[in-house]
Design a protein around this ligand. Sequence first.
Ligand code: NAP
Length: 246
Amino acid sequence: MATRTTKKTALITGANKGIGYETARQLGKQGYLVLIGARDEKRGNEAVGKLKGEGVNAEFIKLDVTSDADRKAVAKHLAEHHGGRLDVLINNAAIAIDGDAKSSNVSHDVLRKTFEANFFSVIALTQELLPFIRKSDAGRIVHLSSGLASLGLHSDPKWPFYNFKPLAYDASKTAINAFTVHLAHELKDTPIKVNAADPGWVKTDMGGDGAALEVTDGAKTSVWLATLGADGPTGGFFHMRERHPW
Ligand code: NAP
C-alpha cells in the first residue's frame, strides 16, 4: 500500500552531478521532493547529502538507466511510496562517447552503446513509469535533448556548431526528439506534457570547461519544462523558453 503524500515528487536520472544535479537542486528549492537517480550508490548518496545540506528534500534511488532490473525496482519503489504517484520525470542521464570518430568510421559498438543509454533506456524507463505519472494531476516528462539533435541547425552553415557532428550522440538525441513528439501526441488528451530540452552548451564533465553556460543556467530549461502550468506547451523542443527547429 502506497504511503500518501501531497508534496510533488520529481525523479531525475543522472542526478549525481552536472545538469541533473543542478536541476534537482532547483526543483528541490521550489519544494519538490527530488529522487536522485544515480547508477553509483556512493556518488548518489553524496549528492543527496549535499542537497540535504541546502535544505532540499532529496532521496537517493539506485538507477542505472540501462538496467531493466533497476528500472523495475524504481517502479516497485514508486508503487509503495510517494503516494504511488510521480509528478515529474526528467530523462537527463546520457553518454557522449564518439570521441574523434566521423560518420564514415564511427563503430557500431559506439552507436549501439550510445543508443542503448540515450534512447532505448529512455523509452524503457518512461514506459515503466508512465502508470505512476498518469496518477499525477499535472504529469511532466522532460527529455534532455541537445541543439546537436536539430537537423535544421546542423544544415545551417552559419550555426556556431555546424562543424561539430558526432553521429552517435547527435542521432540518439534526434531520436529522443522523435519520441517526444510521438509520446506527446499519444498523451495529448491527458494532463501530461512531454517536451524536449536543449540545456545549451554547459560547463559540466560532458560539456567541458570551455562551455558557454554555467550549470545554474544550464538547468533552467529542464526546470521550466518540469514546472509548466496547464496552459504550457507539449511536444516541443526548447532552449531557454525559445523553440528550436527540429
Ligand atoms: P554529465 O556531467 O556527463 O552527467 C551525466 C550524468 O548522467 C551523470 O550523472 C552520469 O552518471 C549519468 N549517467 C550516464 N550514464 C548513465 C546510466 N547508464 N545510468 C544512470 N546514469 C547515467 O553530463 P551533463 O552535461 O550534466 O548532461 C546532462 C544531460 O544534458 C545529458 O542528457 C546531455 O546529453 C545533455 N546535454 C548536455 C550539454 C552540455 O553542454 N553539457 C549540452 C546539450 C545536452 P555517472 O556520474 O555515474 O557517470
